[in-house]
Ligand binder design. Structure first.
Ligand SMILES: Cc1cc2nc3c(=O)[nH]c(=O)nc-3n(C[C@H](O)[C@H](O)[C@H](O)COP(=O)(O)OP(=O)(O)OC[C@H]3O[C@@H](n4cnc5c(N)ncnc54)[C@H](O)[C@@H]3O)c2cc1C
Length: 547
């Protein structure tokens, strides 16, 4: 155990993360990458083994990539999974199959949450400065100007104190941290109960995720890796939990709705859930932050609960590192709420609306939905909207650690930056993030940013630990490839940056944040001015030492 245990028996750490679910463990991995001393605690002895998350998106995979675990976790997933909609009689209506991979990963993937969580926890073994303590429960928190004092109970029932600069509560829907800081979860819990089961060795040949729209029994059937299959059925009021959790009842439901061949395998996991649409009123209270399910809960209709938590993880982790390792002003931590709250709410709202679409109240409603969905595939723009998942609200940070130029309405700033394939000087072909590293990058499209920085601006980016990068158009001549010492030279291997840039001089240089959102974009002549404005938003005190 590497956190500092001092004479007074107080464990000291820079960041205490409470809750080692996917969100907390991702935060701890990212803080590990950024060199921040972190203690992750969880009250349970093992990862939660209920049937939970099954769909992971490209944004989350990119975050796992930043944590150095992208390929490792992706290897366990059904990649690029189709989502199909059916009516209650099993008739096919429409399909969601986004083909583009703007962020470097397939947009829809199915996974087993316990398996993912184990891999994320194993990732922590890479860091001497990150500790994981399971069977450790947070009891209380108190904060003052210098830090937070937490009381925890260990596996043997003994209590001890942790003193941390900051605490992140990633302790799930019933969050103790949220209660301790007095934040309120606003929204509603829906009345209907849902039976959720995972079967192993599924005999169903249906290589996709299927949503069955129905006024009486909306249900879901999802192909999962390694022969598993997820079923979710809405229960009727008269059906009791006890009765419906019995294997015979599950078998009856499955056989009624699917052409199941052969005997039914045993239940791997099963549980009955209510759906919630709730968001915490504040994500920051002084030195304490809420992330993941502790901050927002949504029905699983769009498979975005965990994905929203992974976005939180990426957002808060680099900001804590900027403050703790680079002397950034603590006020940038306010932008965690500013940037994340609105988008988390938009995802909750979308999932709630989709739930209403999938569970019409009447047969007529069901019929209307089927007609509309079938009609939509005949209109190319509507088909494209559904097929390519364009209805998914993408984060767009209008305020926070971003600089928007008022005159540019189509600015890509505040959105996640694309991730094209690039080639290094020694011929290695990589995803952009792997080439530029996990921290800030100032990227010039066919130009070297270093050549356009004055001394003061160059010193700022050095202090922040930003990487200067020049990405050349693919296979450019030698005279077009020069860069100063210290600038990373890359080749736009497949023209991804060219297609994004479209020759726009206002996008010649971009500032990419560690969570891969675009903080700023400008032409070469504006770089020094932009740097001064950026320094105002993100002041740093001293040269970087850790990342
Ligand atoms: C049926 C279902 C289907 C879903 N499908 C999807 C999907 O397809 N895609 C998707 O993105 N999401 C999905 N989700 C949501 C997803 O499972 C959750 O959003 C995700 O698990 C939240 O992660 P978390 O790390 O925030 O919290 P959790 O995973 O809940 O982890 C919280 C951790 O905190 C610990 N803890 C709690 N209190 C304390 C304390 N006082 N001290 C110490 N430790 C504590 C707990 O033991 C737990 O390990 C689904 C959920 C359900 C129920």
């Amino acid at each position: 155990m590497n956190q500092r245990e001092e004479k007074d028996d107080i464990v000291r750490t820079q960041v205490l993360v409470v809750g080692a679910g996917p969100c907390g463990t991702t935060i701890a991995n990212l803080l590990g990458v950024y060199g921040i001393e972190t203690l992750l605690v969880d009250k349970a002895p093992e990862v939660v083994d209920f049937p939970r998350g099954v769909g992971v998106d490209d944004e989350s995979l990119r975050v796992f990539q930043s944590a150095g675990l992208g390929e490792k976790v992706h290897a366990d997933m059904i990649q690029n999974q189709l989502l199909r909609y059916f009516d209650s009689s099993g008739r096919y209506l429409v399909e969601i199959a986004p083909s583009a991979q703007p962020f470097g990963w397939p947009r829809r993937n199915s996974f087993l949450q316990p398996m993912l969580e184990k891999k994320l926890r194993a990732g922590l073994d890479r860091f001497d400065h990150v500790g994981l303590r399971v069977s450790h429960e947070l009891l209380t928190l108190e904060q003052d100007d210098e830090g937070v004092t937490a009381r925890l109970r260990d596996a043997r029932g003994g209590e001890f104190t942790v003193r941390a600069d900051y605490v992140v509560g990633a302790d799930g829907g019933r969050s103790t941290v949220r209660k301790l800081v007095g934040a309120t979860l606003e929204g509603a819990t829906h009345g209907a109960r849902w039976l959720v089961v995972d079967l192993k060795d599924s005999a169903l040949h249906a290589p996709y995720a299927g949503n069955y729209i129905s006024s009486t029994r909306p249900h879901v059937s999802i192909d999962l890796p390694f022969g598993y299959r997820r079923f979710e059925f809405r229960l009727a009021e008269h059906e009791t939990d006890e009765e419906m959790l019995k294997p015979e009842a599950v078998e009856r439901l499955i056989r009624r709705h699917f052409d199941w061949e052969g005997p039914m395998p045993g239940l791997e996991r099963s549980r009955i859930y209510l759906h919630h649409s709730r968001v915490a009123d504040r994500f920051r209270t002084g030195r304490v932050f809420l992330a993941g399910d502790a901050a927002h809960l949504q029905p699983p209709w769009f498979g975005q609960g965990m994905n929203s938590g992974i976005r939180d993880a990426a957002n808060i982790a680099w900001k804590l590192a900027a403050v703790l390792a680079h002397g950034a002003d603590d006020r940038i931590l306010d932008t965690y709420h500013t940037e994340r709250h609105g988008h988390a709410k938009a995802m909750v709202d979308l999932a709630t609306t989709l739930g209403k679409i999938y569970s019409p109240k009447t047969k007529l409603g069901e019929h209307v939905r089927s007609l509309l969905l079938r009609a939509s595939v005949r209109v190319p723009s509507a088909r494209d909207y559904i097929l390519q998942m364009k209805f998914k609200p993408m984060p767009f940070y209008k305020q926070g650690v971003v600089i928007h130029r008022q005159e540019d309405k189509n600015s890509p700033v505040g959105k996640m930056f694309i991730q094209p394939m690039v080639e290094t000087e020694d011929g290695r072909r990589l995803r952009l993030d792997d080439a530029v590293g996990p921290w800030f990058a100032v990227i010039g499209v066919n130009i070297d940013p270093a050549e356009h920085l004055d001394e003061e601006a160059a010193a700022y980016w050095r202090s922040l630990g930003a990487r200067l990068v020049r990405v050349n158009r693919s296979r450019a001549g030698r005279h077009l490839r020069s860069a100063s010492d210290g600038t990373l030279l890359l080749d736009d291997a497949e023209g991804g940056l060219r297609d994004w840039h479209k020759g726009d001089r206002g996008r010649e240089i971009v500032v990419v944040r560690p969570d891969r959102y675009l903080a700023a974009a400008c032409g070469r002549d504006e770089l020094n001015d932009l740097t001064r404005r950026f320094r105002h938003i993100l002041p740093v005190r001293e040269p970087a030492s850790r990342t």
